[in-house]
Design a protein around this ligand. Sequence first.
Ligand code: BGC
Length: 743
Amino acid sequence: MNSTQLHRRDVMKAGALLAASAWGPVAIAKSTRDHSARIRDLIGRMTLPEKIGQMNQIAGGRQKALNSRLDEGMMNRVRRGEMGSFLHVAGAEPLRKLQKVAVEESRLGIPLLFAMDVIHGYRTILPVPLALAASWDPAMMEQAAALAAEEARAAGLHWTFTPMVDVARDARWGRVVEGAGEDAYLGSRMAEAQVRGIEGGDPSAPGRMLSCTKHFVGYGAVAGGRDYDSADLTDRALHEVYLPPFHAAIRAGTGSFMTAFNDVAGVPMTAHEDLVRGQLRGRWGYQGLIVSDWNAIRELMNHGVVATPAEAAALALRAGVDMDMASGTYIEHLAAAVAADATLLPLVDEAVGRILAVKARLGLFDDPYGFGDARRAAAPLARTKAREMATRSIVLLRNEGAVLPLKPGTKVALIGALADDASSAIGSWRARGRPEDAVTLRTALPQASYDPGTDPAAAARIAGAADVVLLAIGEDFDLSGEARSRSDITLPGKQQALVDAIRATGKPIVAILMNGRPLALEKALAGIPAVLETWFLGIESGPAIAEILTGKTSPAGRLPMGMPRVTGQLPMTYAHVPSGRPANPDLAIDSARYRDVDVGPLFPFGHGLSYSRFDYGALAIEQRGDAAVVSVAVTNAGERSAEEVVQLYVRDPVASVARPVRELRGFHRLSLRAGEQRTLRFTLTHAQLALWKAGKWVIEPGVFEVMVGSSSADIRARGRFAIAEGGEGTAPAAAIATVVSVS
Ligand code: BGC
C-alpha cells in the first residue's frame, strides 16, 4: 500500500471521517489524514448551534444574480457561524472576502464551502450534458468536466452540483437535457467520466474541485415525466436501471451526493433512510457528504410525511442528509429536534464530521483561499476545445440521397429563428456564460440567405431561390430543464406551419434540430431527406454545425435517448422486456403496440449516421475464466476518414425473470481512415450479466446472446456463449465497465 492509500478498515479506525470505498484501497487526499485529529478536536469544541451551522447551506444570491444576498446582515451570520456553505455565489474576489470573514471573524474560523451549478462550462459554455453524452466518448466528457472545473475553481468555487446521472426514459421530463439519456450503462460511463474530470482523484489539486452526484435516486422516473412528481419504481428497475450510474460515480471517487426531490414508492428521497443511509452509506460504504436538494427538507411537509419542520429536520437527518440546501430547516429547527430526542446528537456529529472532512479534503484548512485565481479567470475562452466537443456531439439522423455534406458552390437558404438564437445555443445552465460569446449558425454561414421564419410565406420565398434549405427547428433553451416538463413534445409555436411552407417549395431540406430533449417529430420530418440533431452546443455551436454540413468533419454522434414518433409512446426504451405478444407491424395481430402509430421509435437509441460506411466482420467469442472476450473486425468501407461508434448489446433469452430484449454493455468510438480495418475486443465479465433478484445480483447459468452493431436497431453481428455455473455479483451489472481494446 502506498502512503496515500488506505484500506477501508484503517480509514474507519482513523475516525470514520475519511472518504472510503467498499471495494478496497482508495486514494485519500493527504490533507484529510493530517486533519482527522483536528476535525475530532473541532467537533469536541463546537456548540450545538455551531455544528448545525455547518449543516446549513444558504443561497448567497439568486441563480441569475449571484452574490446578491451577501450584505452586512449575511456577514454577521457568517461571523456567528450560522452556515457551512453558500451556493449561488462566484468570483475570486468576492469569495475571498467572504472566506476571510469566516476564517478570521468567526469563533472557530472554519472555512466556508462555495458551491454553484457549473453544469456544462463556467465561462466557456460547452454542449449541454445530453449532447456531450451523444458523443459516446467518455474521454471527451471527462475533458469537458475538467475544463468547467478549472474555470469554476479559478472563480473561487469549491463545489459543483454535477454530474446529474438520472437515467430518463420519458422525454416529456424537461431535465433530460442535464443527463446522459435512457441507458444505465452509457449513463454509468458518463457519470464516472464527469467525476474524474471534476475531481481528478484529488479535488484539492490545481484545476479540480468537488463533484456532487445527483439526484439520488429515481428522479428520472417521475410519473408522466412531470418534474418533482412521484416515482413508483420496482426494486428491480431501481437497482438495474436507476442506481448503477450512482455506483459508478462512487467508484470514480465522487465527493458528494445530492438527494432527489421525488419520492420513491411513497418515501421522499430526502427522508429515505433505507436508500440513503441503508444503500448508499451502508451497503455501498459511501462516506462522502450528502446534501439535500433545494428546499427539499422543508418540502417533506408537502409530501405529507411530517407535520412540522422539526420533524422534517429529524427525518432528513435520520435518513442521512448531512447538509440542508436552502430550506433553513436544520438551522431553525434541528436544535429543537435534538432537544426532544437525544439520539439525534451522534447523527449531528457524524454529519458535521463529513462536512469538515470535505473541507479538509479540499485543502481549505491548509489554505482557505487556495481556489480563486483572478489571472486564470481572465484567460480567453477555450474555443478550440468547445468547437471540437460540439462537433463530436452532433448526430446525423437521416441522409437520404446524400444531401449532406453540401456540395461546394451550393446556394443555401437558412431558415428558422433558432439558427440565430445565441441564448439558446448556450442552454439553460449557463453559469457565467454569455449569449454574446456564442457563434450562431447564422453567423457561421454568412454566405447563406437567412430568414427567421416568422412569416412562413416570406421564408418560403427565400427558400425557393436556393438549391438546399437548412431549416433550424426545435425548442428554445427555456423549454427544457428544471420545471420544464411538456405534455406534447412536437414542435412548439408556429414551427409546423413553417415546415409545411418550406416543404411545399419542393427544395431539398436539411432539418437542423436544436433542442434540449428528444422531440416527437414523425410528422414534422416526413419527406425531409436530411436531419441533423444539434442539441444546444455551446459557444461554438454555429461553426461546429457548419463543419458537419460542409463535410469538413464526418458526423459520429449517437442518440443517448431514442426519439419517439409521437409523444404518446412515452415512456419508452430500447431495453424493454419482451411481451408475450411482442409489437407486430401487422394490425390484424393483437400485440403490444398502439394502433395509431407505427411500432418503435422514429430514431432508436444508439442511432447516428456517418458520411462513410462501415463493414462488420463475424463475432469471435472466447471464454476466459469468468469473462467472455468478444472480438469483431470493423472496416471503413467508404472513401473518407470517419468515426464509428461500435456498440455491444447482450440478452439473456431465457432466465427466471423476463430480461430486456437487449442491453448495452460496451461501446467504442473508433476512428478509421478510408479502407482501414481494426479489431475490437470487448471483455465482458459474467457479473455484467447479473440480474437483480431478492436483494442480490444473481448470475444465472445459461446461454447469452451478444449483438454488435451500429445502433440498438442496426445489429451487424451476433453470437452466443454459455455461462456454466451461476454465481453472485457484488456491483450493479450496468455500473461495471467493459474493457475494450483495439488492435
Ligand atoms: C436542482 C438541483 C440544483 C439546485 C441548486 C435545484 O432546484 O434540482 O439540480 O443543483 O437546485 O441550484
